[in-house]
Design a protein around this ligand. Structure first.
Ligand code: FAD
Length: 448
């Protein structure tokens, strides 16, 4: 059986897929295999999750069959969810999706600090690539991780915690799948909170550039959606925290009460939307988390897409570049300068802020960043031509590409953007001396 990623632009080699039910079975598979890759939800747009892959440009593929190579899916792994209220942590399978995790945590009155736009991705897969949401005070999703359990290349089960193994731990969380099979993860949690989401439309770009910091810090999580074609940001989404879940009787599943935040009808020249809207004009807002200030649980507002929806346009390729927050406005202006090249290629962009962290391969290592994201129409030859132009425009701004999306930044430049890259190589050599977990992607961007 051959498999593809979510966006179907990558065809994975046809190595067998194993679905172990126990950690012992998993250890056996790893010991017996020459090459191993773990599959998350396969939502990455590049070959990060593939043992070997072909980029699907014209439909003709060479499919590799290697019976000593193995894909591993953790979907069947028996790994119960454990909430430790005293320590303020939740321990879960690396293969659980955020959708399932969030619903189960909320039912117990617990919450994560942030989520990505969609709940369909797995916790280990997302943290491996530095997946993020938005919010000036919010680190990416991997910053919530305080403990890791993983199977190394020799089949050993290892545990790391942020308290006891700080240095190595900071290298092991955003791992690009290189340290081994992450079986269980412990995440910091907090009491479940309620949120209200508001959208403003057509913010003049001049207002944005003039007031960038105020606008990005205007709510717990803020996203800008420009298509760069007019002199406006098409939509600005503000996700406000409004209190704790719990209702009057303390029941965690009680609907939160609406809170009047006194938001004005016009903000920095943008008008409050009068209906629920999708970031891409003419696509229905059905399937999006509710806007218009309707109160809801944290995970029903932090995600843009509801659990049972098809996220985004469903027909797209994505790229994203991070630049230090200090360069945000000139970087956005540089991208805007390419607007004529984007016309007819782009569904929409999204700009989000991410707090600095200490995770070696995090795109926000050592600096708060702005993520400049592009949802392209699915036309790889056209996207492949425009990526170097975007990358050239952003080159003066210490750019780091998203590990899970498409980019053409040369491997040497990618490596140079991470001060701890050599330490990361050393870490992988120590957990995987023979390169069992190495794939073409790691060979290029880490060892190349
Ligand atoms: C519609 C859409 C919207 C998106 N929105 C966002 C967003 O809001 N923010 C953002 O930052 N990104 C976003 N992404 C990108 C996505 O979050 C990342 O690509 C993420 O890594 C996908 O997680 P996954 O579970 O699909 O992992 P995969 O793509 O399957 O795997 C990613 C990497 O993790 C490794 N891996 C997976 N599981 C394990 C494990 N248990 N142990 C060890 N290694 C493992 C894989 O081998 C691979 O190297 C979006 C993608 C799509 C398709």
């Amino acid at each position: 059986m051959t498999i593809r990623n979510w966006s179907e632009n990558i065809l994975f080699s046809s190595a067998p897929i194993h679905e172990p039910q126990t950690v012992e079975q998993l250890q056996e598979i790893v010991r017996a295999s020459r090459k191993v890759r773990v599959l998350g939800a396969r939502h990455s747009f590049n070959d990060a999750a593939a043992i070997d892959a072909q980029v699907d440009v014209d439909g003709t593929q060479e499919v590799i069959r290697d019976s000593s190579a193995a894909y591993i899916s953790l979907e069947q792994l028996d790994a119960p969810l454990e909430i430790d209220s005293k320590r303020g942590t939740v321990t879960c399978s690396g293969g659980i999706t955020y959708g399932e995790l969030c619903v189960r945590m909320n039912a117990e009155g617990a919450a994560l600090h942030n989520t990505a736009s969609l709940p369909h991705i797995t916790v280990a897969g997302a943290c491996s690539t530095g997946t993020h949401g938005s919010g000036d005070g919010n680190g990416n999703l991997a910053t919530a991780v305080v403990g890791l359990e993983f199977v190394t290349a020799d089949g050993e089960l290892k545990h790391l915690t942020v308290e006891e193994d700080t240095e190595v731990f900071e290298g092991a969380v955003v791992s690009l799948g290189g340290i081994g099979v992450v079986t269980r993860m412990t995440l910091a949690m907090e009491p479940a909170y309620s949120m209200q989401q508001y959208v403003y439309e057509d913010m003049p770009a001049a207002e944005l550039y003039e007031n960038f910091d105020e606008i990005m810090s205007g709510a717990y999580s803020v996203s800008l959606f420009p298509d760069w074609q007019g002199d406006v940001v098409n939509q600005v989404w503000f996700k406000h925290r409004t209190g704790l879940m719990g209702g009057k009787n303390g029941a965690v599943d009680a609907e939160p009460e609406p809170v009047d935040l006194g938001l004005p009808p016009t903000l920095y020249g943008a008008k409050a939307a009068s209906a629920h809207v999708h970031p891409v004009p003419d696509i229905s807002a059905e399937g999006l988390t509710l806007q218009m200030g309707m109160p809801g649980a944290w995970h029903d507002r932090l995600h843009h897409f509801q659990i049972d929806s098809t996220p985004a346009s469903g027909d797209e390729l994505q790229t994203e570049y991070f630049v230090p927050r200090a360069h945000a406005v000139p970087a956005l202006q540089a991208v805007e300068g390419l607007r004529d090249r984007f016309r007819s290629m782009l569904w929409v962009s999204e700009i989000r802020s991410v707090a600095a962290d200490r995770l070696w391969l995090s795109q926000s290592y050592g600096t708060p960043t702005i993520g400049i994201h592009f949802s392209w129409r699915k036309n790889w030859p056209a996207v492949r031509e425009v990526l170097p132009l975007v990358e050239e425009a952003l080159a003066p701004f210490e750019v780091r590409p998203h590990w899970g999306k498409l980019f053409s930044v040369p491997p040497g430049q990618v490596q140079a953007a991470y001060p701890k890259m050599e330490d990361f190589r050393e870490l992988l050599r120590s957990t995987d001396p023979e390169g069992k977990f190495r794939n073409g992607y790691l060979d290029r961007y880490v060892f190349g």
